[in-house]
Design a protein. Structure first.
Length: 466
């Protein structure tokens, strides 16, 4: 197992219309939207990277498998020409992030909604549909429309930082035919108009995931989408939302904040009881006014604009708990106003959670780090070159800050002999996204280059030039 397993209580959540959202336990157990996510099943396309002078061949583009579709063959590689770099100078090799993305295996009843790389170095999310007929599971059917609504919200500016880290996440959807919900549906899902909670047979859902998803794909997040329009939603280890509701996209994004990121509600008393009793839950709620106890002190007086505005202390009901902002995705989520985004504190927590499961900023290295003789190029196939910078050094001297994933070392004309070449690959997030680090709480230990850090890695080659 490549993930560190973290145990947590599976509290649920129900969203309250029209202004507030409410949370409680439901079961006691706790780019444009997804190329191919439109259900047409057509293959994706890619464009080869443009190379700089002296660059190597750009990496092929990649496509995403649509429900019932075929895998993309990737775009054509961009062509580079040999350069005339001066001795010891850095010659970049284009902006390609890596080789073609291989098709994601989601099992016999699964399709890839989002596929961005090898499961062992991605956050893997599995969604199970309940109450969908054979016809509704077909490309372009009800399930695809519900998935599109979810993707449109999650991978939007309001859903940040998920839009930024989209290529870090794979999503599989299990398409198992069923009778309608609130009857004898495959997973027994229904809901309650009074509590507004969704509920399903969690054992049946988890068994279906185990039976259908290949063992090689380690599931990090899981949820159920109900084929209904009622306002029934629940957080927890198995998150649930009603796919047909007009605010379904927001519901899925909010509930994911609970079940996947341990983020508290910011309405009512802001889950005072749970925040008081569970140290790893509710980075976005303080039990002390004007002191977050290391939760968000680094964000005080930061103006998230556009977004949730000034980060500070806003009293929750009862005067015993405080939230960072007046409104946010974890408060009143409805509509598309920027103040319904995740606030800065929650965004940072989501970044830490992604890096908990993504082990390195790159998927592969060519050639492998270590001794190498007369290489033409050194390449670090990063997850996303927009998110991951690579700094190159030769014999202890930095030759390129953010030089791109490829060092065309053959064109750089290093002097004959042995040289130590290093590539530091790291998340380039700025102070508008990550501040409250370092630390060992709320998964902050996975940020940076520390002993447990995943987001900042250095590779070393001993290069012999003959």
């Amino acid at each position: 197992m490549h993930r560190q397993i973290i145990a947590f209580s599976a509290f649920g959540a129900a969203l309250v219309l029209p202004m507030l959202v409410g949370c409680s336990s439901s079961d006691g157990t706790g780019d444009s939207p997804g190329a191919g996510g439109n259900g047409t099943g057509t293959s994706g396309s890619g464009t080869g990277a443009t190379t700089t002078t002296g660059g190597m061949v750009g990496a092929a583009g990649s496509g995403v498998v649509g429900p019932g579709g075929t895998a993309s063959s990737g775009g054509a590689a961009g062509a580079g020409t040999s350069g005339t770099g001066t001795a010891g100078s850095f010659v970049g090799g284009g902006t390609g992030g890596g080789p073609m993305v291989m098709p994601l295996d989601c099992g016999k009843n699964g399709t890839a909604l989002e596929q961005h790389g090898p499961p062992e170095n991605r956050l893997n999310y599995v969604i199970v549909g309940d109450g969908y007929s054979e016809a509704e599971l077909m490309p372009g059917g009800a399930l695809d429309k519900h998935m599109e609504a979810m993707l449109n919200k999650r991978f939007s500016e309001i859903g940040q930082p998920y839009l930024r880290y989209r290529k870090f996440i794979n999503i599989c959807v299990l398409r198992i035919p069923s009778t309608p919900i609130c009857g004898s549906s495959e997973f027994g899902c229904c809901g309650n108009d009074s509590s507004r909670l969704a509920n399903c047979n969690t054992q049946a859902v988890n068994s279906a995931i185990d039976e259908n998803i290949p063992e090689t794909l380690e599931v990090d997040w899981r949820s159920v989408v109900l084929n209904g329009s009622s306002w029934w939603n629940s957080g927890g280890q198995l998150m649930m939302w009603s796919g047909g509701n007009k605010d379904a996209g927001g519901a899925a994004t909010h509930e994911g904040g609970h079940g996947h990121n341990f983020i508290s509600d910011e309405y009512g008393n802001c889950e005072q009881g749970r925040v008081s009793s569970q140290a790893t839950y509710g980075v976005n709620v303080s039990l002390t006014d004007n002191s977050s106890k290391d939760k968000w002190d680094g964000w005080l007086d930061y103006d998230q604009s556009p977004g949730t505005g000034m980060q500070g202390f806003f009293a929750c009901d009862g005067g015993q708990t405080w939230r960072p902002t007046d409104n946010s995705m974890m408060n009143s989520l409805f509509g598309d106003d920027p103040d319904t985004s995740y606030n800065a504190v929650s965004r940072e927590k989501i970044v830490m959670d992604i890096w908990r499961v993504v082990m390195t900023p790159y998927d592969s290295v060519e050639p492998p780090a270590g001794p190498v003789t007369n290489p033409t190029a050194l390449t670090v196939n990063v997850i996303d070159p927009e998110v991951i910078n690579v700094d190159w050094s030769v014999d202890g001297n930095v030759v390129a800050m953010d030089g791109g994933p490829t060092y065309a070392i053959g064109a750089a004309k290093l002097a004959p002999g042995t040289h130590m070449v290093t590539a530091r690959a790291y998340d380039n997030a700025g102070k508008d996204l990550v501040r409250q680090v370092p630390g060992t709480t709320f998964n902050r230990q996975y940020w940076g280059a520390g002993a447990m850090g995943h987001s900042d890695k250095t590779l070393t080659w001993t290069v012999t030039i003959q």
